[in-house]
Ligand binder design. Structure first.
Ligand SMILES: *[C@@H]1O[C@H](CO)[C@@H](O)[C@H](O)[C@H]1NC(C)=O
Ligand SMILES: *[C@@H]1O[C@H](CO)[C@@H](O)[C@H](O)[C@H]1NC(C)=O
Ligand SMILES: *[C@@H]1O[C@H](CO)[C@@H](O)[C@H](O)[C@H]1NC(C)=O
Ligand SMILES: *[C@@H]1O[C@H](CO)[C@@H](O)[C@H](O)[C@H]1NC(C)=O
Length: 493
């Protein structure tokens, strides 16, 4: 009941912008934010050159136009406050100041993300914003900042209940609003005090777990909870992708357009997972509508990382206009565990634009296996038989048209044509030119993946899923009319 009333409120908000509502807090992040953040690959080693050269490379590789628009600076950029209490950037790291960085990023077609902390110090012990919210928000606005990541270290004990924590974070919500500049507000309190219950009234996204690390499923003592907890009292750090995913399973449905559960920044390309594991990590983050902030060093981007990050059919799920996060339909434990994991398989599903349905079969067991999803489970409703199971559905595989390694490498090397001379643009979706919403409405074949089969009314989808991999599928009603042109393009892709 709670969920459907929430949904009704948000749908009304989108359909009739004039309807008054207390959330979302602004009109930003209508789809989950996409961009890049330096922390996972560079930690405190930040400077002007890193941000600007990363932006230039991302634009050259087509990633800006795929939608990765926010370049987010993390911790370690300041040297304290001046006599008036204004935050000061580190002049060695940022010789031209922050407004210059913002101007350069804007001229390159990006937006600029800043970092601070709802405590007296940041996590790396630079000065924090607690007690200085108004002043710091004005400073960020004066620097033309477009996004604020707001951390939770050294919070002076102002946590422990949703009220205390949400009020501490809301002080910055109000301060940002008072600047008059649209600033996406991404809070980072590691899931403490149930931010999925109050985050909509405070921020555009909220971290729901301790920090990610670059491992698919390896437990680490610094990440205290196993992943099955709804309330993890000690969020910690070094949480694996599967640990975070399992924590998200009970709350993924609380995300709504403008206010999203944040599963933390991506590790794709950082080297700690294999290709199937990175595909799984990326697929699940897109399906649950987490913000998608690349966390790798683009100077050493490899072909496989690029062809994951720019897969238009998966990005179209992340940026789907319905904004409904996938939910977990089932989970079973299996015997083929690796040295770390508990050995499990899962099925996730959720609605997509145009009456389509997303289905993900996730195999976190240690062997590849055949997996099955029945239409009854895919469309399961609280009571009765879902009406959708009476339809026949076409199955589109969202990974089948992934860019090949040679083409991806030629993009990385700066060529605009692939090894076979074909224009790489045919692998790319240009969201700068045509939004994902318009592209989906026009049945752009890049966004649909590859038509690989059908499932008949009342039937089941059966597919082979590799070890630590996913099958990520879009179901579309067979009776739905798509133009013969589009159909041809899909079949020849
Ligand atoms: C898993 O292993 C246990 C103990 O060896 C066995 O009883 C059970 O049948 C196995 N389950 C499956 C699904 O193979
Ligand atoms: C899990 O699979 C990997 C890769 O196939 C293999 O190297 C490893 O030995 C397996 N671990 C176990 C415990 O079976
Ligand atoms: C995407 O479209 C925009 C606007 O038409 C254009 O300026 C840009 O060059 C295109 N990007 C790519 C990678 O082709
Ligand atoms: C599909 O198109 C045909 C021919 O234009 C039309 O007769 C039919 O009603 C359409 N079906 C649907 C489901 O829109």
């Amino acid at each position: 009941m709670r969920r459907s009333s929430l949904f009704t409120a948000v749908t009304a908000f989108i359909a009739f912008q004039k309807v008054e509502t207390v959330y979302p807090i602004n009109d930003l992040a209508v789809t989950p934010a996409m961009g890049w953040n330096n922390w996972n690959a560079f930690d405190c080693s930040v400077n002007e050159h890193l941000l600007l050269s990363t932006a230039e490379k991302m634009a050259a590789m087509g990633l800006r136009d795929a939608g990765y628009e926010y370049i987010v600076l993390d911790d370690c950029w300041s040297i304290g406050r001046d006599k008036k209490g204004n935050l000061r950037h580190d002049p060695e790291k940022f010789p031209h100041g922050m407004k210059y960085v913002a101007e350069k990023l804007h001229s390159l077609g990006f937006r600029f993300g800043m970092y601070s902390d709802a405590g007296t110090y940041t996590c790396a012990r630079y000065v924090g914003s607690l007690g200085y919210e108004k002043q710091d928000a004005q400073t960020f606005a004066s620097w033309d900042v477009d996004y604020l990541k707001y951390d939770n270290c050294y919070n002076e004990g102002l946590s422990g209940t949703p009220k205390i924590t949400s009020e501490r974070y809301r002080t910055m919500t109000e301060a940002l609003k008072a600047t008059g500049r649209p600033i996406l507000y991404a809070i980072c309190n590691w899931g403490e005090d149930y931010p999925w219950k109050w985050g909509h009234t405070v921020a555009n996204s909220w971290r729901m777990s301790g920090d990610i690390y670059d491992s698919f499923d390896r437990p680490d003592p610094r990440c205290p909870c196993t992943g099955d907890e709804y309330d993890c009292p000690l969020p910690g750090s070094h949480c694996s992708a599967m640990n975070i995913l399992n924590k998200a399973a009970s709350i993924s449905h609380t995300s709504i357009p403008g206010a999203w559960n944040d599963l933390d920044m991506l590790e794709v390309g950082n080297g700690g997972m294999d290709d199937e594991e990175y595909k799984t990590h990326f697929s699940m983050w897109a399906a649950l509508k987490s913000p998608l902030l690349m966390g790798n060093d683009v100077n050493i981007m490899d072909a496989k990382a690029l062809s994951i990050l720019n897969n238009p059919a998966v990005l179209a799920v992340s940026q789907d206009p319905v904004g409904a996060p996938a939910v977990r339909r089932w989970r079973y434990f299996v015997n083929d565990t690796d040295e770390f994991d508990q050995g499990e398989i899962q099925m996730w599903a959720g609605p997509l634009f145009g009456g389509d349905q997303l289905v993900i079969l996730l195999n976190a067991g240690n062997n590849s296996r055949t997996m099955t999803a029945t239409l009854v489970d895919v469309f399961r409703v609280a009571t009765g038989i879902p009406k959708e199971i009476k339809e026949d559905w076409d199955i589109y595989d969202l990974w089948a048209n992934r860019m090949d390694d040679a083409t991806a490498q030629s993009v990385i090397d700066g060529s605009t044509t692939g090894e076979d001379g074909a224009n790489v643009a045919r692998f790319y979706y240009n969201a700068t030119k045509t939004s994902y919403k318009e592209g989906l409405a026009a049945n752009d074949p890049l966004l649909l993946g590859k038509l690989t089969g059908t499932v008949e009314a009342g039937g089941a989808i059966e597919t082979e899923v590799p070890r630590h991999g996913v099958a990520m599928l879009r179901l579309r009603k067979r009776s739905a009319n798509i133009s013969s042109e589009t159909l041809l393009a899909i079949q020849h892709a």
